[in-house]
Design a protein. Structure first.
Ligand SMILES: *Cc1c(COP(=O)(O)O)cnc(C)c1O
Length: 443
């Protein structure tokens, strides 16, 4: 983009100026519609989510065997929801704001197998591919017990095929570990942001790690190229995959069950606000889609990004989607939130979900570090920096009476609201690494 193009963009979209200056920014979506109006643009529906859910149920006996840590949940990969009242108190004090309603944390950070939200979409897409290959070759039928996949015969079968993916870290972990366990040859193309321990863990699991000195976009492009030359190689496309998206979406119905068990209501009188850290968009987009399908118009999804990587806010706000990258504006895409270090958002997710998302905001790395330390101190829960992006959400919403008024929330409804912060990763961060995160905070 030329300087003139940027000036024109700023003239039409004034918040772009704040993004360029790396100032924390929030934008509440004026184009939001009801689920009924917005759903046709997604191009997916409840039958697709049910299909994904059934596929995960078919694979559950296999997962329970292959990953004993999932045996307790019978091979279903799901995380706990916990109340964090001490953190709520600390947040209110730190930001001098009242958060009406209760504050909960969704601990995808502690999902089994790979310790991040990517254990939903990433693993699901590998399983989908494996099932397709095995069924095509007449080795498996959907009615069978899938624990038969945990065998040398199947490992040998899958070893004829390969899988490739580009990642900032966590998607690579999920896809690498799952693919290698099934027997695939798997290559993970890692961007410069990827943490060393994640690469080591992958190598220890027999995964081929290819390192790049550039960012996520380059790692994905190179991964795609490497896969193109090999007809037996399947490239998992984080930027456009509907399969990944559907793997994430299953979370909606699951959360509804958890809320039922906990006695938490979601309806007109009890609105639900959900805060989701966003990188390329597949994870938060898929989860938000599932939440909308489960809770309808009473769930309000808000995406959180680092000030240095505000790709989804930029894409949706300007309507340019994947036709613009933060680097086009001179924003460097360098952030400690490695899971969110993405310069160009998924065009598929932005276009599919732009009518169903209430808002977007950015926060600084320093703020994420503060929140990381605060959660550690108040609740003894340890997360990676990316996973704290959503923690600012209840503050941002509580401070924006313009948004709350436009949406016609009454005080009474807000008192009965639930704020759910989606903790997207950190359960597998080594202790020494976590100590570094904790000491990075200056108060
Ligand atoms: C990948 C990731 C996200 C965001 O998911 P996207 O699909 O990239 O938007 C958020 N948090 C963590 C910890 C992640 O690894």
């Amino acid at each position: 983009m030329t300087q003139l193009d940027i000036q024109n963009l700023v003239a039409n979209y004034p918040l772009v100026d704040r993004l360029i200056k790396l100032e924390p920014t929030c934008w509440f979506n004026f184009n939001i519609t009801s689920l009924a109006e917005g759903l046709p643009y997604v191009g997916l529906d409840q039958t697709n989510i049910a299909d994904a859910s059934e596929r995960l149920t078919r694979f559950a006996p296999y997962l329970a065997l292959a990953f004993p840590e999932t045996a307790a949940t019978n091979g279903i990969i799901e995380s706990a929801v916990v109340e964090i009242p001490a953190m709520k108190k600390a947040l209110q004090q730190r930001y001098d704001v009242t958060i009406a309603g209760q504050l909960l944390l969704k601990k995808d950070s502690h999902l089994p197998i790979s310790g991040s939200i990517k254990a939903r979409g990433g693993i699901y897409e590998v399983l989908t591919h494996a099932e397709k290959l095995a069924i095509e070759q007449g080795l498996l039928s959907k009615e069978e017990d899938y624990s038969k996949l945990f065998s040398d015969q199947f490992k040998q079968f899958f070893s004829q095929y390969s899988i490739a993916v580009g990642s900032t870290g966590n998607l690579g972990l999920s896809i690498g570990i799952m693919s290698a366990k099934l027997g695939f040859n798997v290559s993970v193309h890692m961007s410069a942001d990827a943490r060393e321990w994640k690469k080591q863990k992958l190598r220890a699991n027999g995964v081929n790690v290819v390192e790049y000195e550039q960012d996520y976009g380059v790692a994905v492009e190179q991964g795609r190229k490497a896969a193109e030359s090999d007809p037996k190689c399947f490239f998992i496309d984080d930027e456009n995959s509907k399969t990944l998206f559907l793997g994430y979406s299953v979370a909606g119905q699951r959360l509804k069950h958890q809320f039922n068990e906990m006695g938490i209501k979601v309806d007109r009188e009890h609105p639900l606000f959900v805060y989701l850290p966003c990188g390329v968009g597949g994870g938060p987009g898929g989860v938000a889609f599932g939440l909308k399908m489960a809770f309808g118009d009473h769930v309000h999804c808000i995406f959180a990004e680092p000030t240095h990587s505000p790709c989804m806010l930029l894409g949706v706000y300007t309507g340019l989607h994947d036709n613009i990258a933060v680097q086009d504006l001179g924003i460097d895409n360098l952030t400690a939130a490695d899971g969110l270090a993405v310069g160009r958002a998924s065009g598929f997710v932005g276009r599919a979900m732009e009518r169903l998302l209430d808002g977007f905001y950015t926060l600084s790395d320093q703020e994420m570090y503060h929140l990381l330390a605060l959660l550690d101190k108040t609740e003894d829960i340890q997360l990676e920096p990316s996973a704290l992006a959503g923690m600012m959400g209840p503050i941002v919403v509580s401070q924006h009476s313009d948004y709350l008024n436009r949406m016609h929330f009454t005080d009474q409804q807000l008192q009965k609201a639930t704020h759910l912060v989606w903790a997207t990763g950190g359960g597998m961060v080594p202790q020494a690494e976590m100590a570094k995160y904790l000491s990075a905070t200056v108060d």
